[in-house]
Design a protein around this ligand. Sequence first.
Ligand code: ASP
Length: 303
Amino acid sequence: MPGMASMNKWAVAIHGGAGVIERTLDPKAAAVRISRLEAVLASAREQLSRGESALNAVEQAVVGLEEAPEFNAGKGAVLTAAGTHELEAAIMAGHSGACGAVCLLETIRNPIRLARFVLDRSPHVLLAGDAAERLAEDLDRVANDWFRTDLREEQWKKWKSTADEADAKGPATVGAVALDMQGNLAAATSTGGRTGKPCGRIGDTPTIGAGTWADQRCAISSTGHGEAFMAAVAAHTVACRLEFCSEKLEVAMQQMVHEGLPARSGGMIAVDTEGTIAMPFNCEGMYRGAADSMGRFGADIWS
Ligand code: ASP
């Protein structure tokens, strides 16, 4: 059985988006972002080392990143062409194949919690818009402009005047993948999408198999140019290479990110049942971090 080899090991990786992250980035801004990643990682480490499920750990890690205003998910999400926010998220449990995804959300404070609700409580996989938002009465809802930050407003203004996708230069989509001590894997991803996206555009994040995937061999979360990840069915293709070509996780991930996707389109994080973590990207940088039961712990931005 895939998964049996990993009993008592745990591992987790998180990301806060990939893109044009110049090495001239203000060191103070870089330090704040690294410390956000480390705080989320520390709490995932605490959960997984006391035996919490991978599914709960990735959900909680993504909630932590949604709450951090630096990243493009929850508070701090980018703006649509109309100057509004439309959020999306997905979560998947590798051991059961159960998944939940949501998109076109305008008022749910933590979209990943609604995705988890869909996973746990709905016979469906992907739910959208206002009807989806009204499903989970207990979840916090906020006004749409609560998600706005000065950085995202500036990027939107720049996009309006130049049509330049300025958000590719800032922290982006967030995600988490984990292996728990029971040998189970899970993945979760959450985003505001791309600056200036037309209202109604849905990206790779809530598209199971593109931006988010988990099975009994690996768990994967993607970040970058969503359309490219969707066309490549990126996350699921990596999983297929493990299953049908018996490739190692690192090999399959490198192949997908450096050959299967267009140059400079983004990155992916993954973990397998051995606790191996892979985090390749094909652009300047990716906000990312990893921890495991062997003592690994740390976050980084560049190569
Ligand atoms: N993949 C996301 C999207 O296209 C954006 C990102 O990861 O930065 O919606």
